[in-house]
Design a protein around this ligand. Structure first.
Ligand code: SF4
Ligand code: SF4
Length: 393
């Protein structure tokens, strides 16, 4: 196993993400979870990451069950505060204590504010919600050893948060893989986090499995390099070459995935130039979005002062994958900065060296945003679950 030193600890570079356990008859397949944990631990994995809402609140207990035979000091536990999905100002400390109880632990080695983005930052920073002071209190009491946050917003917000809270956070978890390196600006985010001297934690190294199961054409390109290596191993090796990354979380739900990852993380095998070139080619073939280079030539003349490249980035992501994170990013904008505010004057298209028909993109983005599933709908059941948990605590 490859280990990374972080604040005096040796963290296994491969972390076990607990958001996608295998299910059986509608419940978590605990036997399989135990088996996968035993295999991972026997091969050096010592980092386990869960979150209050994962698997409808059942992930924490399933993880604790699989870890109960191991001494607490032999592994590192990470959990997250669900500020992005709480129903209103609540008893944050009571919710935190529910997580401790479910995880069968007195403390978390790592604790994150879950999913900071342009919309949720307002909740995290709201005086009424009182989240940050309560979480800092838990840290003072020793129930949190290291504080960080997971992030789904844009680079400007990331820089802003890290600058305003300098010294508070020790690590940031971002979506990073060879596709999002350019598609979701992961490279810039990596640079911002490391320039602040913080550790980079990676989620979605395989883009929800997409990079582990490439289409036939792209899979053949990798097979031509080495027919014994899995598609997933290339995505993991891409991340191994980035020294600022301390932990890569893989949401494994089958034993063969654990075995494959363990093979890849046995030793650092840097990508060759040829392998890197092929991965770039595969990433490009998967994007096929609006080819905005974020040069911002169009922004100056926009009478509505829209952040056009940011909106195009949301559009490309929404077209590729209907993740709710992009809806949340748009939720965070004031009405006069949303795609519907575009008056279709066409100034931007004249200025654009790529010849992009920006007004059409804005119309389509508005349609995707207003007629697609919304974050509000998605969190309704989470709100009810949190209210029930606090009532029954
Ligand atoms: S068409 Fe829309 S985005 Fe483009 S300059 Fe006009 S208002 Fe701005
Ligand atoms: S000018 Fe074109 S390429 Fe440049 S940011 Fe605007 S839309 Fe993107």
């Amino acid at each position: 196993m490859i280990y990374n030193e972080f604040k005096g600890m040796n963290l296994s570079r491969l972390g076990f993400g607990c958001m996608r356990f295998a299910m059986k008859d509608g419940e978590i397949d605990q036997e399989k979870v135990d088996q996968m944990f035993d295999l991972a631990i026997a091969n050096g994995v010592n980092y386990f990451d869960t979150a209050y809402p994962y698997l409808d609140g059942k992930s924490e207990a399933a993880m604790a069950h699989a870890l109960k035979k191991y001494p607490r000091e032999s592994y590192y536990l990470a959990d997250k505060f669900p500020g992005h999905s709480i129903p209103g100002p609540i008893d944050n400390i009571a919710l935190f204590n529910i997580s401790l109880q479910r995880c069968n632990t007195e403390y978390f080695d790592f604790y994150l504010l879950h999913n900071i983005n342009e919309w949720s930052i307002k909740i995290y920073e709201s005086e009424d919600y009182h989240i940050i002071p309560d979480i800092l209190k838990m840290k003072e009491e020793g129930k949190i050893r290291h504080l960080g946050f997971s992030f789904h917003g844009g680079c400007e917000l990331l820089e802003d948060v890290l600058t305003r809270y300098e010294g508070m956070f020790e690590f940031v978890q971002i979506q990073c893989n060879y596709l999002d390196w350019t598609m979701q600006d992961a490279k810039r985010k990596y640079d911002i986090i490391t320039s602040h001297g913080l550790g980079v934690w990676v989620m979605e190294p395989l883009r929800g499995g997409k990079l582990a199961n490439l289409n036939e054409e792209n899979h053949a390109k990798l097979m031509a390099l080495d027919e014994t290596a899995s598609d997933a191993s290339y995505a993991m090796r891409f991340l191994q070459d980035l020294p600022g990354i301390k932990v890569v979380l893989s949401g494994m739900n089958e034993v063969f995935q654990v075995e494959d990852n363990l093979r890849t993380y046995k030793e650092h095998k840097p990508l060759s130039e040829e392998e890197r070139r092929v991965l770039d080619e595969i990433a490009e073939s998967m994007k096929k979005g609006v080819p905005c280079t974020a040069c911002r030539y169009c922004c100056k003349g926009c009478p509505m002062e829209l952040d056009i490249p940011m909106l195009i980035d949301c559009y490309n992501n929404m077209k590729f994958d209907r993740s709710l994170n992009m809806s949340m990013r748009l939720d965070g904008l004031s009405e006069d900065k949303k795609p519907a505010a575009c008056i279709g004057c066409g100034q931007c298209s004249h200025a654009c060296p790529q010849g992009i028909d920006v007004p059409s993109v804005m119309r389509e983005l508005d349609d995707l945003y207003t007629n697609g599933p919304t974050w509000g709908q998605a969190v309704k059941s989470r709100h009810e679950a949190i209210i029930n948990d606090l009532k029954n605590k």
